[in-house]
Ligand binder design. Structure first.
Ligand code: AMP
Length: 422
């Protein structure tokens, strides 16, 4: 075993998976840029205080933060999610509203690593600052929905809920705390602990022992103010109008404290229930103010790249594509022809690779076959003298009947370009 390996919860994403990764981001960019979003590339670490706004009682803050003191004595944290940093950027730069930003990149959480749960994981997402309109909530949700559809996913379910206004939520939390405290003796020890920190999170418990108690808990709907209730009704009506199917899930409270009103989650139908949340989001109307800015409504979502790709694998869609070059050059005349041929091909926009170290014909042809290239260009002493190149078709051939032709060196690039187009 080598002396060093990736640290737990981190992975190397190698080709061709890395190309699929990039394609996913590019499909996402296409969808959201078509809706007027511009990309933000925020730093990967920020002042710890930015992230404390996620809620002192959330696990992301209490247990999972990668925080440290830098050499200048600042308290710094690697970002555990993107929303807080994006809202910090909004407050810092004060762009014109509505401000529509999208992002892609890694986040860091010290979690128990397992399949679909990593310590460094990527998200793509959007945030809109400055608009309270419930139609925007629906539009944002519909963007994620359109993105999943573009990947070919058909088994993702949308769960939606509303957490009401902060006062509604506070009254609900009190009622929940009273309800669970009365039944604490029958709750699992883990849920009893969660109850002390944040009664809302007890609703997330998937433990068998908690099931009946959680099932009978009061639901948020009876605590909505009329404004919150109307906002939610209009979000749902807009989703209906957009034909985005959803399920209202009153127990959906999500992990982070800053959410209010609309919250939603996308669940992958082909994934194991312990990590089937492929994405989620909601409204966070108080966050900009919390971060020292003007009171500004906000709504957005983050989709887990790793889990979305796991869902793609499980559904058999958006497969990795092989990254084969178009042409492979085999040169047994010393290597200089290969050097200039690949340079000419690449300059003409044709992807090309070659063998090195003056290997034998047999070994170079093997490398050509392995490369997945459509054509091999072969140069030996005879071709070098005659100023020609042998063009041999590699893939797409029938049986062993390989078609090949001899082409003047000066004609190779145009000949290959024509052949690739056919
Ligand atoms: P959250 O910021 O916790 O709402 O997460 C949003 C999405 O990011 C989730 O739905 C997951 O798809 C993904 N995600 C969150 N934490 C992890 C993790 N530790 N590993 C992989 N994906 C994650």
């Amino acid at each position: 075993m080598p002396a060093f390996q990736t640290s737990p919860g981190t992975r190397d994403i190698l080709a061709p998976e890395s190309a699929r990764w990039r394609r996913l981001v590019s499909v996402f960019a296409d969808v959201v840029e078509g809706a007027g979003f511009g990309q933000i590339i925020p730093p990967m670490f920020e002042d710890l205080g930015v992230f404390l706004r996620l809620g002192e009682a959330t696990e992301v803050v209490t247990k999972e933060m990668y925080d440290f003191e830098d050499k200048g004595g600042r308290r710094i944290a690697l970002r555990p999610e993107m929303t807080a940093g994006v809202v910090r950027a909004f407050v810092q730069h004060r762009p014109v509203t509505p401000w529509k930003a999208w992002y892609a990149g890694p986040n860091f959480r010290y979690e128990k690593a397992q399949q679909g749960r990593y310590r460094q994981f990527d998200q793509v997402g959007v945030e809109v600052l400055g608009v309270d309109d419930p139609h925007l909530d629906a539009e944002v949700i519909a963007l994620a929905w359109a993105f999943y559809a573009r990947l070919g996913l058909t088994r993702v379910t949308l769960l939606v809920n509303s957490l009401g206004e902060p006062d509604d939520r506070a009254r609900y939390v009190d009622a929940l705390r009273a309800y669970f405290t009365e039944r604490a003796a029958d709750l699992s020890p883990e849920s009893r602990q969660t109850l002390e920190r944040n009664p809302l999170r007890v609703l997330d418990s998937k433990r068998e022992q908690d099931r009946v108690i959680v099932g009978g808990a009061p639901t948020i709907a009876s605590f909505y103010s009329s404004a919150a209730s109307e906002h939610f009704t209009r979000v749902l009506a807009a989703l209906d109008r957009l034909s985005v199917p959803y399920e209202v899930r009153p127990s959906l409270v999500r992990g982070l404290d800053y959410y209010r009103k609309t919250t939603f989650e996308f669940v992958g139908g082909a994934l194991d229930s312990s990590q089937n949340a492929v994405g989620g989001g909601g409204r966070y109307d108080g966050l900009a103010e919390d971060l020292g800015g003007p009171a500004t409504p906000g709504v957005g979502f983050a989709l887990g790249v790793d889990r979305t790709l796991l869902e793609c694998d499980a559904e058999g869609v958006f497969a990795a594509e092989d990254g084969a070059v178009s042409v492979f050059v085999v040169d047994v005349s010393g290597g200089l022809e290969a050097l200039s041929l690949v340079a000419d091909l690449r300059a003409a926009g044709v992807s090309a690779d070659r063998a090195y170290e003056q290997r034998s014909m047999k070994s170079q042809m093997k490398a050509a076959d392995r490369s997945g290239a459509r054509f091999a260009l072969i140069v030996g002493e005879d071709e070098l003298r005659a100023g020609t190149v042998v063009v041999r078709q590699l893939v797409g051939r029938i049986g062993d009947d390989r078609t090949q032709s001899v082409v003047p060196r000066s004609e190779v690039v145009p000949t290959i370009k024509r052949a690739l187009q056919s």
